[in-house]
Write a protein that binds this ligand. Structure first.
Ligand SMILES: [Zn+2]
Length: 383
């Protein structure tokens, strides 16, 4: 199947009071795994590439310093791969840019084949955020591509998205933001946090989602809400990583029951990145300890993992095999296939549990297969 925009998924999720997980990937193997597990559960899939994931995919091990040219190359690589894999399955798939920081970065993703984009103008003053988001909406909607904005500031760290403190989203301005920008969905700040250290006993301020949706209903505004920084950071994964020589201190996520309560309040898309990194890291740590063949074949990876026990972002320790990973190269040999299987199974463990928890199992046949051209026409009629 070909890729679809995010909008039909959001409409379905909002109407049926379920949420779709949106899963960050940094390499083609991970995208394959996300699609495979969604196919098993017959759930529509949202694959996310963050702005800096595109830089990594563009060949930058120091992805934090990636240029626009690196991001263009990376976006094209991942989009081409996802389109190719999508042809082998019957589920609808969305390829979404996470935390696009500038109009140019968003344009690069759309031109490469992304079917949905986030423009994160949350660090700008309100009027600047509105202006930037509106500009992106004009470019994206003309091509049938969906747009996510952000209002309010999330605390925590994720790639180059960092904030010491959070500012909750004001539900009174949500309608105004949707009306002025025309975006399809909005990431709100209501108590979630980027990264693996989210703090104990987090209580989400679900009343922010309720009030936002209620205001929108009164004003006749269509739109969905998105929950960023929502990894659950399962305790068993943290414990196992630490037992396998890792050093994760204070890693605590959003309690799953808090997320489940947020869904009927209007949250339709829940972003998951950290949980995938954790499950992959646990698998690889165990593999290097137990599998002498893998250890012998890839000694540099294990060295990097041991030198950085606190690190759970696979991009930092998979650098020695970065080229084949971003190129989607299939190498011969048992060690190579075992390593890839460890990565894939980690992704599937984290993603599969989110698909089940958030309620998207079996919805793939119910989501309309709208092409970007058809979506562009729908947007045009709305203006
Ligand atoms: Zn985020």
């Amino acid at each position: 199947m070909s890729l679809i925009p995010l909008k039909p998924l959001l409409d379905y999720a909002t109407k049926n009071r379920i949420a779709h997980g949106a899963f960050n990937v940094n390499m083609i193997t991970q995208a394959e795994a996300v699609i495979e597990i969604h196919t098993i559960f017959q759930s529509a899939a949202i694959i996310q590439g963050a702005d800096l994931a595109n830089a990594f995919m563009g060949g930058r091990a120091d992805f934090m310093n990636g240029t626009l040219e690196d991001k263009k190359l990376g976006a094209k690589r991942i989009a081409d791969a996802v389109k190719r894999i999508a042809k082998t399955t019957n589920i609808p798939i969305v390829l979404h840019l996470d935390h696009g920081k500038s109009f140019d970065a968003v344009k690069a993703a759309i031109d490469a084949g992304y079917t949905s984009v986030m423009i994160d103008g949350s660090s700008l003053p309100y009027s600047g955020n509105v202006e930037l988001t509106r500009e992106v909406v004009q470019y994206a909607h003309a091509r049938g591509v969906s747009v996510e904005g952000e209002l309010g500031v999330l605390a925590g760290v994720e790639d180059d998205v960092f904030s010491e403190a959070s500012t909750y989203t004001n539900p009174m301005t949500v309608c105004d933001f949707f009306r002025k920008t025309g975006c399809d969905c909005l990431a709100i700040s209501y108590g979630t946090k980027h990264g693996a250290v989210k703090g104990n006993n987090i209580k989400l301020r679900k009343e922010i989602a309720i009030a936002s949706m209620e205001n929108m209903r009164h004003e006749g505004i269509e739109g969905a809400l998105v929950s960023h920084g929502s990894s659950m950071v399962p305790k068993y994964l943290v414990d196992e990583i630490n037992e396998l020589g890792g050093k994760l201190a204070n890693a605590v996520g959003i309690p799953v029951y808090e997320l489940l309560e947020a869904i009927p309040c209007g949250i339709s898309k829940i972003n998951i990145d950290t949980d995938i990194r954790l499950a992959v890291t646990r698998n690889l740590r165990r593999m290097f300890i137990e599998n002498s063949l893998v250890k012998k074949e890839f000694p540099k990876i294990w060295e990097l993992m041991q030198a950085q026990p606190e690190q759970f972002d696979p991009r930092y320790y998979l650098v020695p095999i970065m080229a084949p990973l971003i190129g989607g190269e299939n190498r011969d040999g048992e060690a190579w296939s075992t390593l890839l299987r460890g990565i894939k199974r980690g992704v599937m463990e984290a993603v599969g549990s989110a698909i089940v928890q958030f309620g998207s199992v079996g919805d793939a046949p119910k989501i309309p297969q709208i092409s970007l051209e058809e979506m562009a026409d729908i947007y045009k009629k709305k203006v």
